[in-house]
Design a protein around this ligand. Structure first.
Ligand SMILES: NC(=O)c1ccc[n+]([C@@H]2O[C@H](COP(=O)([O-])OP(=O)(O)OC[C@H]3O[C@@H](n4cnc5c(N)ncnc54)[C@H](OP(=O)(O)O)[C@@H]3O)[C@@H](O)[C@H]2O)c1
Length: 289
């Protein structure tokens, strides 16, 4: 397949590019400035001037707390919302398939169980609202699409939780980590592989939830990072979210149910602990983030 990939410099996009190339797909990776999702009117030219079968959109404005800053509002809405609608519109018009990623933060976290694809989104923060707007526009334009919601992503080339905790474990005597938010840590390698499988298996288009198998609180995630890195001199202590100020409110329950994804590709996914081990062994560079 000839695939155009947006966001190829990001955490998920860089892993996606690596796996697509390994899988023998032809790849087009326009830079941020070549297809700037903050300037939606430039998008049509990209579709007109390039040949590809599938558009994979790994680009997004992902700084959750920054989305609450009034100065960043319009950028977040453009990149995560309006432009996604244009991508969907042009995919539909030119009969290309769209692969897009969204987030657990479209949910309010009030559900007792893990969220399934048909649950009603009700985002608590601006980032979640902008991502939901992107989802709605895709559904409205209705190209052939795979909309993959995921959570708590870690991998190389990213400003992610694993790297942040590892930095703190080696530089601080004590670190407090939120213990009352639960979710599914997800490795970019497994997530990208899943999206590629959807394409290669010509799975039924629609919304899919994907995270690695198993759930944890951020505190449990941090403890596992400590265990696997062996950075044991730092004390990791639990703290309630109400005692930590962050501009964007996070859902208490971020668990996504990946059952539909498992049934669709016909195999289970690795546990997040195993994937964390893989990341630490293969991709993790113990460099300050
Ligand atoms: N990270 C998570 O924990 C998480 C959780 C749930 C869902 N997701 C979703 O997963 C997807 C990938 O996230 P990620 O963490 O890999 O993101 P990321 O590391 O922040 O990468 C974002 C990418 O988007 C590009 N980009 C940003 N603004 C752009 C613009 N105006 N025009 C064109 N490109 C732009 C960036 O390019 P430059 O670097 O050149 O600016 C970068 O390549 C996103 O849809 C995100 O919402 C992520």
């Amino acid at each position: 397949m000839k695939i155009a990939l947006l966001g190829s410099t990001g955490m998920l996009g860089s892993k996606m590019a690596e796996l697509l190339k390994t899988g023998g797909h032809e790849l087009l990776t326009p830079s941020h400035s070549e297809v700037d999702l903050n300037r939606p009117h430039g998008i049509e030219n990209f579709f007109k001037n390039n040949h590809f079968d599938v558009l994979v959109n790994c680009a997004a404005f992902t700084r959750v707390d920054a989305c609450e800053e009034p100065a960043k509002f319009s950028m977040a809405w453009n990149v995560n919302g309006t432009s996604v609608g244009w991508l969907a519109k042009f995919c539909k018009k030119t009969q290309r398939t769209l692969v897009h990623f969204s987030t657990d933060y479209v949910f309010d976290g009030q559900k007792e169980d893990a969220y399934v694809e048909s649950d009603l989104p009700a985002p608590l923060n601006t980032y979640g609202k902008t991502k939901l707007q992107g989802e709605k526009l895709i559904q409205m334009e209705n190209p052939v699409y795979y909309l993959v919601r995921t959570s708590w992503v870690f991998g190389p080339q990213g400003d992610n939780f694993v790297n942040k905790i590892a930095d703190l474990l080696i530089s601080k005597p004590r670190v407090e980590v939120v213990s009352d938010q639960v979710g599914g840590p997800t490795y970019t390698g497994d997530l990208a592989q899943f999206a590629i499988e959807l394409l290669e298996k010509k799975a039924k288009p629609g919304i899919y939830h994907f995270c690695n198998e198993g759930f944890a609180s951020w505190f449990e995630f941090a403890k596992e990072i400590q265990k696997q890195t062996g950075f044991v001199s730092c004390e990791v202590a639990p703290v309630l979210s109400e005692n930590i100020f962050r501009p964007a409110v996070r859902p208490a329950n971020s668990r996504l149910d990946s059952s539909k994804a498992v049934l669709t590709v016909g195999h289970a996914f690795r546990s997040w602990r195993e994937s964390l081990g893989d990341y630490l062994m293969k991709d993790f560079k113990n460099e300050p983030t």
